[in-house]
Design a protein around this ligand. Structure first.
Ligand SMILES: *Cc1c(COP(=O)(O)O)cnc(C)c1O
Length: 403
């Protein structure tokens, strides 16, 4: 069966028809425990009553009005993001990559407005992922994403993760900013230690650089704080968010301080769909839940439990799981067996997990996952790990036979 969809994805052979909480229900009626959240998007799981209500209410009134008119839903969501963060101003987008594009443009325009248009270069880090537009593949620097798409967009200088000498050497008269994910997602769930984020803030300040965080995956409650960088005590000048903020509705945003956004004046940037009333009504409903007293604390508690149980799993299956890492409910299992095999076998066990770089399996469950569901998840992951042990023993046995 050939699909009319452009074949840029290898889709698993399963059709999900609906979802309830952390569970996905396939067409054949089988229930799958979702530890992927559509890559960190469905932060409140499926069919959350608050999101359904917001969608139905706004859906019955007005979906889209363009950015040529007042938009109270967007004003309210922006105001709440500003109140809850370092930022003074917000630009809404439909995706993470667009939020990054706005962040990058904001940084370049800041230096231009400051009389230094030559300071357009931004330092990024190996293993980073910032999206799939021409600028964001250049920022991410991964050869496999750049290959064949013509000249790489200029203005990005990549240094190895954690190499301070390389970072210092990369800062020149044209450098305008540093862009980093506080927790690398696609790169393999690699948190930047809080002390390193503080050091980056210092380096940025010392060199007149803007510090830009990509919290598209790690933001919006994922780590147990509204934004992952809060664990470090410092703040960026500009930050891109997306994935979780729409709870499954396409929505992203670029947040900035008044100073950092000073170049972004009337007419300098735009979007047709970004922040439309339907998207921002849903975004407000997501924040209603995530900012409710006790919610983020509950994420932290459940994350602690999950991590502890995963560490036990690692001890039980040392030949399968090399390491457990991450922050909050953004967890990674660094494997000693191929992560893609693990993902495939997990699906056969009706468990949805996602592969990441560095041979990691990503666990990004909906933030509403319960302790009982975490226990089910760990049991399921254990069963998947077990299949590798049995398999390896069988192979050894085969080899002994053959020998
Ligand atoms: C997913 C992701 C992006 C890109 O978001 P899209 O919505 O796919 O454009 C950018 N940065 C990070 C850290 C991401 O995880």
């Amino acid at each position: 069966m050939t699909s009319p969809l452009l074949p840029t994805y290898a889709r698993a052979d399963v059709i999900f028809e609906k979802g309830e909480g952390v569970w996905l229900v396939a067409r054949d009626g089988q229930r799958y425990l979702d530890l992927g959240s559509g890559i960190g998007v469905n932060a409140l799981g499926y069919s959350h009553p608050a999101l359904l209500a917001a969608l139905a209410e706004q859906g019955g009134k007005l979906w889209h009005i363009s950015n040529l008119f007042q938009n109270p839903q967007a004003e309210r969501l922006a105001g709440r993001l500003v109140d809850a963060s370092f930022a003074d101003t917000v630009f809404f987008t439909n995706s993470g990559a667009e939020a990054l594009e706005c962040a990058i443009k904001t940084a370049r325009k800041y230096h231009s407005a400051d009389g230094h248009p030559e300071r357009y270069r931004i330092i990024t880090f190996e293993g980073a992922f910032h999206g799939r537009t021409l600028a964001t593949i250049a920022a991410g620097g991964q050869q496999k994403y750049l290959e064949g798409f013509g000249p790489k967009v200029d203005g990005f200088d990549q240094v190895p993760f954690g190499d301070w000498q390389a970072l210092a050497a990369a800062i020149g008269p044209q450098t305008g900013g540093i862009l980093i994910e506080p927790v690398q997602g696609e790169g393999g769930i690699r948190p930047v230690p809080p002390a390193d984020l503080r050091r980056l803030r210092q380096i940025a300040d010392d060199n007149g650089l803007l510090l830009i965080f990509d919290e598209v995956q790690c933001g919006v409650g994922r780590t147990g704080k509204l934004f992952a960088h809060e664990w470090s005590g410092i703040a960026p000048d500009i930050m891109a968010i997306a994935k979780g903020i729409g709870g499954g509705f396409p929505l992203g945003a670029s947040l900035a301080t008044r100073e950092a956004s000073k170049g972004m004046t009337l007419g300098t940037h735009g979007t047709t769909f970004g922040g439309n009333p339907l998207a921002t009504a849903v975004g407000n409903a997501v924040l209603d839940v995530i900012l409710a007293p006790g919610f983020l604390e509950s994420v932290q508690e459940k994350a602690g439990l999950f991590r502890q149980r995963l560490a036990e799993l690692k001890d039980r299956y040392p030949d399968v799981i090399a390491d457990v890492r991450g922050e909050g409910l953004m967890l990674g299992l660094k494997l000693k067996v191929p992560n893609t095999d693990f993902v495939r076998k997990a699906l056969a066990h009706r468990l949805v997990v996602i592969a990441a770089g560095d041979n990691v399996v990503r666990l990004l469950p909906p933030l509403i996952i319960s302790e009982a569901e975490i226990a089910e998840a760990v049991a399921g992951l254990g069963a998947v790990a077990e299949t590798f042990v049995t398999h390896a023993d069988a192979e050894n046995a085969d080899e002994r036979h053959a020998g």
